[in-house]
Ligand binder design. Structure first.
Ligand SMILES: NC(=O)c1ccc[n+]([C@@H]2O[C@H](COP(=O)([O-])OP(=O)(O)OC[C@H]3O[C@@H](n4cnc5c(N)ncnc54)[C@H](O)[C@@H]3O)[C@@H](O)[C@H]2O)c1
Length: 315
């Protein structure tokens, strides 16, 4: 018999970067965690340390196909998150977001489970307002090379809110801004992993454009805390809620910090800007502060140090 206090929690994309940290926290809290992943960008290695835990289970499954399990809560994270990976098979990326959302919402409906969607700041596209508030509808190119991801995630949000209105599902939508930390894929082309790997290998650090475009970076532990708080809010809280870190840095500043912390002698070189790359992105966290009583606490420098320590084992 199942112990009464344990929640059965499904984490899709649980073997990925964010998913594996979420599984860590939920297993530690004592919940029964079912991690589902097709290992497209995630790996067993990210959750191997949990195999010995009796409240953790790993299942190979692609969320574009229906899944029949019994659960109380679903965190829907399955989706490649970096441009290199999501542009590798753009049709599959849209299918993962859209069919994946339909399948997981269907499962939530059948089980009467609460369901949280890992949405993204990319739903704001290349924004005209700064910082981005949740009410902003975004400026997304529907036919560009990033659209498989951006529009897939937008459609997933639509599906979540339609299931909420039409079937009274308990939904939670978080819009995640750039997050970094240990277990990021080393070759995913995302700026933090890129710079660190280039610095550790002594290769040139590739800055796109003049490096004055800004990003905000949230350390993974802060983000997971916000996600769990969001899931635990009362049923009237649906989101969308921005989560991330408002500290804004230019790509040039990031490159310089990475060079300093790794002690690398790599040179910074400039390359042309890729298509549809937003110039500026920063979350407005008012809502998250008020509703989740949460604010990120890990400074970029501290988070970078931990991330560099992880990447050092890989080179
Ligand atoms: N890391 C960030 O900065 C960030 C920012 C915004 C949104 N997000 C969202 O958070 C979620 C997790 O991102 P991440 O950074 O951990 O990326 P990740 O690539 O490390 O994790 C995604 C996981 O989903 C799995 N997956 C992909 N397609 C699947 C499918 N069809 N069926 C089952 N599993 C599948 C992958 O194998 C991987 O383990 C994604 O939905 C992403 O869009 C992340």
């Amino acid at each position: 018999m199942r112990e009464k206090y344990k929640k059965r929690i499904l984490v899709t994309g649980g073997a990925g970067f964010l998913g594996s940290h979420l599984c860590d926290r939920l297993v530690e809290r004592g919940d029964d965690v079912l991690c589902v992943d097709n290992f497209f960008t995630g790996s067993k290695a990210n959750v191997a340390h949990l195999f010995e835990r009796s409240n953790f289970e790993l299942m190979r499954h692609d969320v574009t196909f229906p899944l029949y399990v019994e659960v109380d809560e679903i965190y829907n994270l399955a989706c490649p998150a970096s441009p290199i990976h999501y542009q590798h098979d753009p049709v599959q990326t849209t299918k993962t977001s859209v069919h994946g959302a339909i399948n997981m919402l269907g499962l939530a409906k059948r089980c009467k489970a609460k369901i949280l969607q890992a949405s993204t700041s990319e739903v704001y596209g290349d924004p005209e307002v700064h910082p981005q508030k949740e009410e902003y509808w975004g400026r997304v190119n529907p036919i560009g090379i990033r659209s498989c991801y951006d529009e897939g995630k937008r459609c997933a949000e639509t599906l979540f809110f339609d299931y909420y209105r039409q079937h009274q599902l308990k939904i939670k939508v978080v819009r995640i801004f750039n997050t970094y930390g240990p277990r990021m894929h080393p070759n995913d082309g995302r700026v933090v992993s890129n710079f660190i790997m280039q610095a550790l290998r002594g290769e040139d650090i590739t800055l796109y454009g003049d490096g004055t475009q800004t990003r905000s970076f949230c350390y993974v532990d802060d983000l997971i805390e916000a996600m769990i708080r969001m899931m635990d809010t009362s049923d009237d809280v649906t989101g969308p809620i921005n989560i991330g870190n408002p500290g804004e840095f230019t790509m040039k500043e990031l490159a310089e910090q990475v060079l300093e912390l790794t002690g690398s002698r790599s040179q910074i070189i400039h390359l042309p800007m890729p298509a549809d790359d937003p110039r500026q992105r920063r979350p407005d966290l008012d809502l998250a502060n008020r509703v989740l009583n949460w604010a990120p606490s890990v400074p970029l420098r501290d988070g970078l140090k931990k991330t560099i320590t992880y990447f050092e084992q890989l080179v």
